[in-house]
Design a binder for this molecule. Structure first.
Ligand SMILES: NC(=O)c1ccc[n+]([C@@H]2O[C@H](COP(=O)([O-])OP(=O)(O)OC[C@H]3O[C@@H](n4cnc5c(N)ncnc54)[C@H](O)[C@@H]3O)[C@@H](O)[C@H]2O)c1
Length: 383
């Protein structure tokens, strides 16, 4: 039987997690053969595999067919381009790059259709979001008129921010909650509701933590059809909320507290408004609890889909090229906040890159790294 020989680059929290499920045989026809980390101590537990301190050496080793890139985000671009140029299949962690111009450079390196280039947006496998997708694209909800997502349960402590030198700095990470925790939510928002046409962002930098990047955000979004959106996120609020509400002409769907409820208008609210003779009347509604399957092993499911794409040509659930959209939206929200203006999409990626470079150059922030007590990293996944 054919298999895909994997190498993982970046053996921190996420790289170790990918290694665990691959070594446990959770992905069929996949074999973990090599790992790479710039810190030799992070390789010690993988002595049964080929180990490399330099990603270039793993990529050129001839030992792997595919790499998973789980380094700090800036490196996704350079390591991704190197792996793609060497003909490897690539599964890159989110965000695919820090800013739009880098995303475009990375995507441009994917020249061959025989190479599979996927991104780790594992929440696209989540049955609740898949049901929502089905509802919207099956035209049950009608034209979308409004979306609100309050996703403020990404709570993180000072210890979290102190746990890695690259985290929450312009130079090391290139952003805060929008770039670290929210790529999944922004990806889903676009996957479900499409790309907004313009954005006005309000980002508070280091409101709750001793960091220089955004940890509290409110953004107003406007879509090409006139639909409006509000996206609110924070890593400082507890207990926080996770409430996604999408209103279409045929009703309102809400995902909150692991319940998906659809309050369905019997007829279109627009048609009702135009034809009703009564001033205070409303369409009749049906209250529907939408059932969904149990949540699966999301990361391993994305890796399985990637392997199936390599070996059988299966369509990718998350093509990496789609990863530019969530980065662009994150950049646009931050850019709008920095310049104090509404920003039109598509975003001028080079202008944003210049602005980010200036933030890096002007930074006086000194990061104090403090080791955290060994804890369960999987608690960080927001389900
Ligand atoms: N999909 C998800 O659910 C999810 C969850 C957490 C993190 N992530 C993503 O995974 C990536 C890594 O995050 P993390 O929390 O594991 O960070 P981390 O700091 O724990 O790990 C990063 C690792 O990369 C290594 N590294 C740095 N430079 C390297 C280089 N040039 N070559 C090889 N290794 C190098 C570091 O030594 C470190 O071990 C980030 O992009 C993050 O957004 C994804």
């Amino acid at each position: 039987m054919k298999t895909v020989r994997f190498g993982i680059i970046g053996m921190g929290n996420m790289g170790r997690f990918h290694a665990d499920y691959l070594l446990a045989g959770k992905v069929k026809r996949a074999e973990l053969v090599a790992v790479s980390d710039a810190v030799p101590a992070n390789l010690e537990r993988y002595q049964q595999l080929k180990t490399f301190e330099r990603s270039e050496d793993l990529i050129r080793s001839g030992a792997v067919d595919a790499v998973i890139i789980a380094t700090p985000h800036y490196l996704h671009t350079s390591i991704g381009i190197d792996a793609l140029n060497r003909g490897l299949h690539v599964l890159v962690e989110k965000p695919i790059s820090v800013h739009k111009a880098d995303c475009e450079r990375l995507i441009a390196a994917h020249q061959s259709h025989s190479q599979v280039f996927g991104a780790m947006f594992q929440l696209r496998t989540d049955p609740r979001y898949r049901k929502l997708h089905q509802l919207i694209y099956g035209e049950e909800l009608g034209e979308i008129v409004r979306v609100n997502w309050i996703i403020t349960d990404w709570y993180r402590t000072e210890a979290y921010y102190g746990s890695g030198g690259w985290r929450a700095t312009w130079k090391g990470e290139g952003g805060g909650v929008l770039l670290n925790q929210c790529p999944h939510n922004l990806d889903l928002l676009i996957w479900l509701c499409g790309r907004p046409a313009r954005v006005r962002g309000f980002c508070q930098l280091g409101r709750y933590h001793g960091i220089e990047v955004e940890d509290n955000v409110t953004a107003y979004l406007e879509y090409p059809n006139g639909a409006t959106g509000v996206f609110i996120t924070s890593t400082g609020e507890a207990p926080g909320s996770n409430r996604l509400e999408i209103c279409g002409e045929m009703g309102k769907v809400v995902l909150e507290n692991n319940k998906l409820t659809f309050t369905r208008n019997e007829i279109s609210m627009i048609q009702f408004s135009r034809t009703s003779k009564a001033g205070f009347a409303k369409p009749e509604v049906w209250n529907i609890d939408i059932p969904f399957e149990n949540i699966g092993a999301q990361h391993a499911d994305i890796a399985q889909n990637f392997v199936d794409a390599v070996l059988d040509g299966a369509p990718l659930l998350c093509p990496a090229a789609e990863g530019v959209h969530s980065v662009e939206l994150a950049n646009a929200i931050l850019y709008s906040s920095l310049v104090g203006k509404t920003v039109e999409l598509p975003l001028d990626g080079l202008a944003y890159e210049q602005r980010l470079k200036k933030l890096v150059a002007d930074s006086k922030f000194e990061k104090k790294v403090v080791a955290t007590a060994g804890e369960d990293f999987t608690k960080s996944f927001n389900r």
